[in-house]
Design a protein around this ligand. Structure first.
Ligand code: PMP
Length: 374
C-alpha cells in the first residue's frame, strides 16, 4: 500500500467496523502522541506559551555562552529536570541545543572526526542499533566519517566513534560500550533514560550525552534536543556545526520546551500543591499498561517472544520494575521464518531486523521490531 493510503486508513478514527478489513496498523515509525492526554488536561497557565510578534527576533540568545543560540531559560529547565530525576550530571558541563537530538548526533560526529585524518572516521554501534544511525552517518557521503556497522564486529586498529544507546532502540536493554580497542570516542544517546522507560540507577556522567524532548515529554514536534558535554572544545565544535547547518535552533521551540520541562519538574516537586498526578507517574503507568497488553497478546501464541528485563529499583520513583521500552523487539519462534512479511500479510507494518543490523547470520533467528506508537 502506498504511504498516503496507509496514513489515511490508520489516521481515520471514523473507520466503521465494516471497514476494518482495510485497516492497516502502521508500527513502522514511532510518533510519541501517547502522552497527548496528559498534556491536554494541563491548565493554560502551566504549559501554554504565548509569543508576541516582536519577541525572539534575534539570532542570538546568550553571546557569553559557548552555545550562543541557547536560551538561558532552557538551560535552567534542563539542569533542573536532570537534578529532579537524577538521571544525568549537568554541573560544570556545557549544554548544546539542537533541532532534535538528530542534529546533535551529526554535530557530535563533526566535532569528533579529525578534519585532517587519513580517512573518514569509523562510526559503530552494537547491533541491533537505532536504524537511523547508518543513514544519518552516511547520507552526505562525508569525508569526515563513515558508518562501520556493528560494534561487536569492529576489530580494525583504527580510530572509531562508538554510539552507546541506553536504553537501546530497538530492544530496550541497558547498554555499555562494547569495542575492546583503546582508540575510541563514545557518544551516549540517552534519549530513553527516563523513569517511564527504565529504572534510573545513577546520574549518567559521560563525555557526550544526548537527550531529547521527543522521548522525555513526547514533544517531538518542537524538535528540541540537548547535548551535555564535558569538554569545552567539543561543545564549541558542535555549536559551529549547528551554526553552519541552521544558524542556531528555533527560539520559539526552545522557550516552549523550557516551559514544558519546568512543568514536568513542578509536577514532581512542592509546586504540585494539588497533588496532581506527575508526568512520570502518568507515563510510567501508561507504558506499564501497554507492556502488560502486548505481553498478554504475545503469550497467547507460540509464534513470538519479547525480551524479558530483570527488575531493578528506580532511584527516582522507588518503584521496582523491568524496562518498559518505547518499542517492542519481537522475535519469531517456530514456524514463522520472516516475521516482517508475516505481520504485513496480517496488515501490520513493522520494521524488520535487517534495518537494525540484525542479519540472519548474526542472530540466527529472525527478528522483527514493531515500534509502539509512542
Ligand atoms: N535517538 C534515538 C535512540 C531515537 O530513538 C530517536 C528517535 N526515534 C532519536 C535519537 C532522535 O530523536 P529526535 O531527533 O526527535 O530528538
Amino acid at each position: 500500500k502506498r504511504t498516503e493510503e496507509i496514513l489515511e486508513t490508520t489516521s481515520s478514527p471514523a473507520a466503521a467496523p465494516e471497514d476494518w478489513e482495510s485497516v492497516v496498523i502502521n508500527l513502522d515509525h514511532g510518533d510519541p502522541t501517547m502522552y497527548e492526554n496528559f498534556w491536554k488536561q494541563k491548565g493554560d497557565q502551566e504549559t501554554t506559551v504565548v509569543t508576541s510578534s516582536w519577541q525572539h527576533i534575534s539570532y542570538f540568545s546568550d553571546v557569553k555562552n559557548v552555545c550562543w543560540f541557547l536560551e538561558p531559560g532552557l538551560v535552567s529547565a534542563i539542569a533542573r529536570l536532570h537534578k529532579v530525576v537524577g538521571n544525568a550530571v549537568t554541573e560544570g558541563r556545557h549544554i548544546v541545543v539542537g533541532t532534535g537530538s538528530s542534529q546533535l548526533y551529526q554535530a557530535a560526529l563533526y566535532a569528533l572526526s579529525p578534519p585532517n585524518g587519513s580517512g573518514p572516521m569509523n562510526v559503530v554501534s552494537a547491533a541491533p542499533f537505532y536504524s537511523s544511525y547508518p543513514l544519518m552517518t552516511d547520507y552526505l557521503k562525508s569525508g569526515l566519517h563513515k558508518w562501520a556497522g556493528d560494534a561487536y564486529e569492529f576489530n580494525k586498529q583504527e580510530p572509531y566513534i562508538e554510539l552507546v544507546t541506553s536504553p537501546n532502540n530497538p530492544d530496550g536493554f541497558t547498554r555499555q560500550d562494547v569495542v575492546k580497542g583503546d582508540k575510541g570516542i563514545l557518544i551516549h544517546d540517552l534519549a530513553y533514560y527516563w523513569p517511564q522507560y527504565t529504572p534510573i540507577l545513577v546520574p549518567a556522567d559521560y563525555d557526550i550525552m544526548l537527550f531529547t524532548a521527543s522521548k522525555s515529554t513526547g514533544h517531538a514536534g518542537s524538535r528540541i534536543g540537548w547535548a551535555i558535554v564535558k569538554d569545552r572544545e567539543i561543545a564549541k565544535k558542535m555549536t559551529t556545526f549547528i551554526e553552519i547547518n541552521t544558524i542556531g535552533v528555533s527560539k520559539d521551540s526552545q522557550i516552549r520546551a523550557a516551559k514544558i520541562l519546568q512543568a514536568v519538574s513542578d509536577s514532581c516537586g512542592q509546586e504540585n500543591q494539588k497533588g496532581a498526578e506527575t508526568f512520570f507517574d502518568y507515563s510510567y503507568k501508561l507504558m506499564a499498561e501497554r507492556w502488560k497488553k502486548i505481553r498478554e497478546a504475545v503469550n497467547k501464541t507460540e509464534l513470538f517472544s519479547l525480551p524479558s528485563f530483570p527488575p531493578e529499583t528506580c532511584s527516582f520513583s522507588g518503584r521496582t520494575f523491568g524496562q518498559l521500552p518505547a518499542f517492542a523487539w519481537l522475535k519469531c519462534e517456530g514456524e514463522v521464518d520472516d516475521c516482517e512479511s508475516f505481520l504485513r500479510r496480517h496488515k501490520i507494518l513493522t520494521r524488520g531486523g535487517k534495518h537494525f543490523g540484525a542479519e540472519h547470520e548474526i542472530c540466527e533467528d529472525q527478528h522483527v521490531e514493531s515500534r509502539e506508537r509512542v
